[in-house]
Write a protein that binds this ligand. Sequence first.
Ligand code: NDP
Ligand code: HSE
Length: 443
Amino acid sequence: MTAPRTIGIGILGLGTVGQGVWKHLTEKKADLEARLGVRIDLRGASVRNLRKRRAVRIPSSRLTSDPHAIVDDPKVHVVCELIGGTTRARELTLRALRLGKVVVSANKALLCEHGPEIFRAVRRHGGQFLFEASVAGGIPIIKAIREGLVANRFELIVGILNGTCNHILTRMGEDGLSFADALKEAQELGFAEADPTLDVDGIDAWHKASILAWLAHGKWAPRNRTLVEGIRKIGPADIDFARRFGFALKHLAVVRRDFRQNWMTVGVYPALVPNRDILARVSGVNNGITLKGDVVGATTLAGRGAGGDATASAVIGDIVDAIAALTGAAPQGLSAEALAAREKSGRALRMADEEEIVAPFYLRLSLLDQAGVSEGVYRVFSRHKVSIARVIQYEHPNQGRGTVTLSTYPVNERRMAAVVRGLKGLRTVLEEPVVLRIFSPES
Ligand code: NDP
Ligand code: HSE
């Protein structure tokens, strides 16, 4: 059989995640097609309520209230299940798998509760079930365990796996919000589950921890052998204690494995995490996961754990893997044609000029200890229109020199180089200025 050159994608559910997938898949379609050497046909989406207003504009001809119309469409090869829950989602997932299709899912509840049945259907009918988006939103943790870290056995996987809980704990701790207000905010931002008790009672994190435990160790952790605690009991006094004594309060999922005794534990609970631990600094909707592998050591991945855009990133990653598998295209766009297409677009790409590279700077100057020296330095900055943000002066009595450290507002490299040349030309600047860039992700 020849591999299809047009791959049809159908989406079940156009809520927070479904709309993110529609938007970004539409925007990235041409680029993905060039990388994969395949045409992508975004055939349509099913919703419950056709009249609902949606943030993403979708032609009405592409919408249906009948999910079977998507699943059964012979031109749909990849079905994205973004409905949630375990009833309708299970029925539609199994239906698609029985037709031999690929199902891409963000549904951790479904996988955790019906994983064995789903994978039986995959084996029997030759389809695939991909679920990167089910754990930790946009962080490619499933791929990391399956592929990049495949050489490892993991004695510990510990993570912040629920964006809603982390958002609530951060907003309560840093901004003094009440639990109820912080939860309402997480719901408005699209982070929370349709039933938010799944988030705040720890069930969602348990689903995700079980998936990671199964991936890493091949065993589904039974609910009655897992410690599952949520965050409802956390109050301002707990957060205050943590802050005073060098901890952050985090909702953790912990999977431990003892390879000698051959046991595993899975637990989900709020915990005091020492500030020196990288997970203590994972805040807001972000998730973070530290994996302790016997080969790689401790590796931490962090990033947005919920929300339409981050989750769409993971779903689209799975869609691309599905297309590669269906068409025989090299994964990650590494075919000779894909690389040639990439190089072609790279030829039009230029390197930024010095004027376009902007950052705030830090300078240390060794200056002659003499009246009026500072004015001469400031004149150089103002001649080149560079604004100073902060200054500290250190005196060194009886040495005839002083040290000045200062930072600037963002300035481009060319202007900063002119300032440094000007400073070096001053008789009162005694040594080569020390110049460092102040890193900022925005500049
Ligand atoms: P939403 O509630 O925002 O969207 C659900 C969509 O499914 C809606 O379009 C809804 O239709 C449709 N739908 C709901 N019930 C039915 C039904 N019985 N039959 C047919 N269609 C139905 O959910 P999310 O987008 O937030 O979540 C979707 C999935 O992704 C869930 O499994 C969730 O756990 C998972 N997930 C969510 C993340 C997030 O940040 N929100 C992150 C990672 C995973 P209508 O719009 O007409 O009501
Ligand atoms: N409700 C989930 C969370 C969505 O807040 O983490 C991402 O799985």
